[in-house]
Every structure is written in structure tokens, then in C-alpha cells.
Ligand binder design. Structure first.
Ligand SMILES: Cc1cc2nc3c(=O)[nH]c(=O)nc-3n(C[C@H](O)[C@H](O)[C@H](O)COP(=O)(O)OP(=O)(O)OC[C@H]3O[C@@H](n4cnc5c(N)ncnc54)[C@H](O)[C@@H]3O)c2cc1C
Ligand code: SF4
Ligand code: SF4
Ligand code: SF4
Length: 420
């Protein structure tokens, strides 16, 4: 297929795929399959014989489509946990997401929900559509790796009634984009998201297991549970049979999940809070060491969801409090806000330079000196391709200054030569 191809081939080629696993669902010609690549991420493969170049997969691919709606919707903040002690201890944070999904089904607010199961026997977890409370409960906890979305849109289209979807921010944006002009959009009652810093690779779990026993074969991972911040539990097969071991969640994150095994595309992600979701859920790190069991932080942008959470609290299935204040939120989720701000500020710089911007930036974004410096440094480095041999010297400030001067001199010499 030529470079004019309107499928997602170039997204993969230029490392912009965030392994969302959705494009095969969008292709009605069955031209997209996946393989797990050497880095442990989903990688789409296009069958050129089947692809008719319709462009549908590309239009909804979150790897290259930035969030269009960048307005700040009015939000209310809550934090809380399940009153079922077992759920409270063994969900990811406080079990609010699982309780919410169960409540929606039990009270017939929706007919189906999506959740992610590890029951398949495969190492890759799978997104499913269900109305079975026991299965929803079993699907609790975050899956810190790529997730299969095999045939999920077909299933959503097939089931009768309404549905609530739980997904990562990039997947929410992609699904919303795809559903927009399709009949099925009427079925989707709620989009819920999980805050997301990055998606770790499948290799992260293998790396931890090999550290435990080089010959062990990984069977299953249970992410989180066992209080807050909890543990990662690994079920492995070694010479002694089936064994389980666990590592503290924070320690393994520092040992590689966060640093070495993140999807490179996630570094460019500009929507860690899923701004277009009806509600987004995360860990309540602002409670610091006072919280031993776990608490879910909830950002709610839809009044109906606020009412549902209030009714759940009244019915005593969850404990809920409003807060914390904006200052505590900014401080706790600084890394995520910083990602969003970097994106907005880079666009602001482009706007000032009368260059093409990815999203229109309103006057609410004031240019911050820190980000402006980063922007110009990045621009400068990007221009330095031809001086690559000098890069090792750039760490010393004065040498960088020298280079700028050399660069200027060179330009003025060229300029005068041209005039001669
Ligand atoms: C890849 C990833 C990165 C995250 N990064 C952060 C972060 O940086 N900061 C932060 O505060 N929170 C982060 N979270 C969210 C956090 O881990 C919890 O999921 C959230 O606090 C909800 O907790 P809970 O106890 O209420 O959820 P639970 O009651 O345990 O329910 C979680 C629900 O989410 C579904 N689910 C799990 N994994 C996935 C997945 N990969 N895709 C779609 N659905 C899924 C489950 O099926 C279940 O229904 C991340 C989650 C994921 C999956
Ligand atoms: S980001 Fe998602 S839609 Fe885009 S190529 Fe990757 S798997 Fe496909
Ligand atoms: S361009 Fe159309 S036919 Fe080709 S892979 Fe994408 S969705 Fe399928
Ligand atoms: S960081 Fe962004 S792009 Fe990466 S998995 Fe999370 S939501 Fe998707």
C-alpha cells in the first residue's frame, strides 16, 4: 500500500500507537489483527489484501487524534470507598468503580457494563460486556498492561438496552469519536474512565517474575489488592509446581513498571484525566499515610453520576466525602497536570509564533516562563540534527552558548557569502 494509505500503518511505523486495541473493532473488513511486539505492546498488522483504504480506523485512532474538546467542564470532586470490607481491601483503590457498576445493574439504571477479566487463561486481560454482578466483582482491580477489546463493538451493538463503558482516557476519546455518528451511540449511557499516567508493557510482569526465578513461567497477575497501595500478586509455574508471590505495589512501580516499561506514545498523552468522560477515578494519594485500606478519588462531570453516588452513599454501599480542595488536587496529581500543561503551553508557543496549533488555545492559557524555556530548548535541540557530534558537550551551559554563537556566526558568514 502506498504512503497515501488511510489506514493506521503509519501510526505504527512512527511509534504513535498507544496499544489501545480498538482499531480491529473499527475495521469491518477484518483487515486488522494484532501481535504482541518485542516491547510487550499490542501492534496492529494490516492485511493489504483485505484493506479497502476507507480511513475509518485512522479517523478514530487515539495515537494521532488529539483531544478536540479541551474546555474545562464543571467538575465535583469526591473520595470514598466500598462499605464491603473485602471489596474495600482488594479493589485497586477503594472499590468505588466496581460498586458503581454493580449498583447500575442492580438498580436497572443500565442493562450492561464493560469490565476487564483475567479469566480467559491468557496473559492478556480482556474487556467484556456483562450484566452479571459476580463477574463484575471478579473483574475489580486495575490491569496495568494492554487489554484485548476483541469484537467488543459488535457485542455492544448486539446487546439489547443501555450500557456503561469503563476505559482508559485515550480509549474513551477514540470510542466517542467512533460512536459520534453511529446509531449505537444512543445505547451508551455513561463513559467512565480511570486516570492514567501510562500503560505498562506485558514485559514488566515477566521482568519481575524472572527476578524471582529465572526459569519460572508467568501464569497470572493480580494487580493491586491487599490494602493501600497494596500488592502485585504473581502466579507462576516453576519446578516446584504452581506458586504465588507478591511484591509491594509502590516498590515494583519504582523497579521498572513505571520507568522502563512504559509505552513511549504515553509520553505525548495530553488527557490523563479523561476530560470528556462522565466521571474519572484514581487513587487518593492526598490522604497520604492515613489510608491503609484504600480510597478512590472521583472526578464527576455529570449531575446524574453525582446523584447516583449520593444514592449509593444513602443506601450505605459506599462511604463518600466531597473534596479535597483544588490546591490538594493540583499538588497530588502534579505529574498528570504537568503533562496536560506541557501540551497546552507548547500549543500556546506555536500560536504566538503564528504556527499551526493542534487545538485552538483560548486566552485562559497564560504562557509560563518555565514551559516557554522548555519549548524553545526543544525547538533548538530539534534543529541541532546536523550538529549531533556536538551533543555530548551540550551539558555544559557555556558550551551550549558557544554553539549558539557559532551557529549565528555561521549564518552571518553564509549570508555575506550569498551577498558577494
Ligand atoms: C493503566 C492504568 C494506569 C493508571 N494510572 C493511574 C495513575 O497514574 N494515578 C491514579 O491515581 N490512578 C491511576 N489508575 C487508576 C487506578 O489504578 C484505579 O483503577 C482507580 O483508582 C479506580 O479504583 P477502584 O478501586 O475504584 O476500582 P476497582 O473497583 O478496582 O475497579 C476497576 C475497574 O476498572 C476496570 N479496569 C481495570 N483495568 C482496566 C483497563 N486497563 N482498561 C479498562 N478498564 C479497566 C476493571 O474491570 C474494574 O471494573 C490507573 C489505572 C490503569 C488501568
Ligand atoms: S493507537 Fe489504537 S487505534 Fe491507533 S493504531 Fe494503535 S491500537 Fe490501533
Ligand atoms: S482503512 Fe478501512 S479497511 Fe483498511 S484497515 Fe482501516 S478500517 Fe479496515
Ligand atoms: S497515558 Fe494516555 S495514551 Fe497512554 S494509555 Fe494512558 S490514556 Fe492512553
Amino acid at each position: 500500500m502506498s504512503d497515501k494509505s488511510r489506514n493506521i500503518k503509519n501510526v505504527v511505523k512512527f511509534h504513535l500507537c498507544c496499544s489501545c486495541g480498538l482499531c480491529s473493532n473499527y475495521c469491518r473488513h477484518h483487515a486488522i489483527t494484532y501481535r504482541i511486539n518485542a516491547l510487550g505492546f499490542y501492534e496492529p498488522i494490516i492485511d493489504d489484501k483485505k484493506c479497502i483504504n476507507c480511513g475509518i480506523c485512522l479517523k478514530s485512532c487515539p495515537g494521532i487524534n488529539d483531544l478536540k474538546d479541551y474546555t474545562n467542564k464543571e467538575s465535583r470532586y469526591f473520595y470514598g470507598y466500598s462499605t464491603d470490607d473485602e471489596m474495600h481491601l482488594n479493589a485497586s483503590s477503594g472499590g468505588i468503580v466496581t460498586e458503581l457498576l454493580c449498583y447500575l445493574i442492580s438498580n436497572k439504571i443500565v442493562d450492561y457494563v464493560t469490565c476487564v477479566t483475567t479469566r480467559t487463561g491468557e496473559q492478556l486481560p480482556m474487556q467484556i460486556v456483562t450484566n452479571d454482578i459476580e463477574i463484575i466483582k471478579e473483574c475489580r482491580t486495575s490491569k496495568y498492561c494492554p487489554v484485548q477489546w476483541k469484537g467488543i463493538i459488535e457485542k455492544i451493538e448486539q446487546v439489547e438496552g443501555s450500557i456503561a463503558i469503563v476505559a482508559l482516557p485515550c480509549q474513551i476519546n477514540s470510542l466517542k469519536n467512533y460512536f459520534k455518528k453511529r446509531k449505537v451511540s444512543k445505547k451508551i449511557k455513561f463513559f467512565f474512565s480511570l486516570m492514567c499516567n501510562h500503560m505498562p508493557s506485558l514485559k514488566a510482569a515477566e521482568y519481575i517474575v524472572k527476578g524471582y526465578n529465572k526459569k519460572a513461567v508467568l501464569k497470572k497477575v493480580i494487580n493491586r489488592g491487599g490494602g493501600f497501595p497494596g500488592y502485585m500478586t504473581y502466579e507462576i509455574q516453576d519446578s516446584g509446581g504452581s506458586v504465588c508471590f507478591r511484591t509491594p505495589f509502590r516498590k515494583i512501580w519504582a523497579a521498572g513498571y513505571g520507568r522502563y516499561f512504559k509505552n513511549r506514545r504515553c509520553i505525548l498523552c495530553n488527557d490523563p484525566f479523561a476530560k470528556s468522560a462522565d466521571a474519572t477515578f484514581g487513587d487518593s494519594y492526598f490522604l497520604q499515610n492515613t489510608d491503609k485500606k484504600g480510597t478512590t478519588f472521583c472526578i464527576v462531570r455529570n449531575l446524574k453520576v453525582t446523584d447516583i453516588l449520593m444514592a449509593m452513599q444513602k443506601g450505605r454501599c459506599i462511604e463518600l466525602q466531597e473534596g479535597p480542595d483544588e490546591k490538594a488536587i493540583r499538588k497530588t496529581y502534579e505529574v498528570l497536570f504537568d503533562r496536560e500543561m506541557t501540551f497546552l503551553q507548547k500549543n500556546k508557543c506555536l500560536q504566538i509564533l503564528h504556527q499551526k496549533t493542534i487545538v485552538p488555545i483560548n486566552s485562559f492559557v497564560k504562557l509560563d516562563f518555565r514551559y516557554a524555556c522548555h519549548f524553545y530548548k526543544d525547538m533548538f535541540i530539534a534543529q541541532l540534527g546536523k550538529y549531533q557530534w556536538l551533543w555530548p558537550y551540550l551539558s555544559e551551559k557555556n558550551k551550549l552558548m558557544n554553539l549558539i554563537i557559532i551557529n549565528k556566526n555561521e549564518r552571518s558568514q553564509n549570508h555575506s557569502r550569498n551577498r558577494l
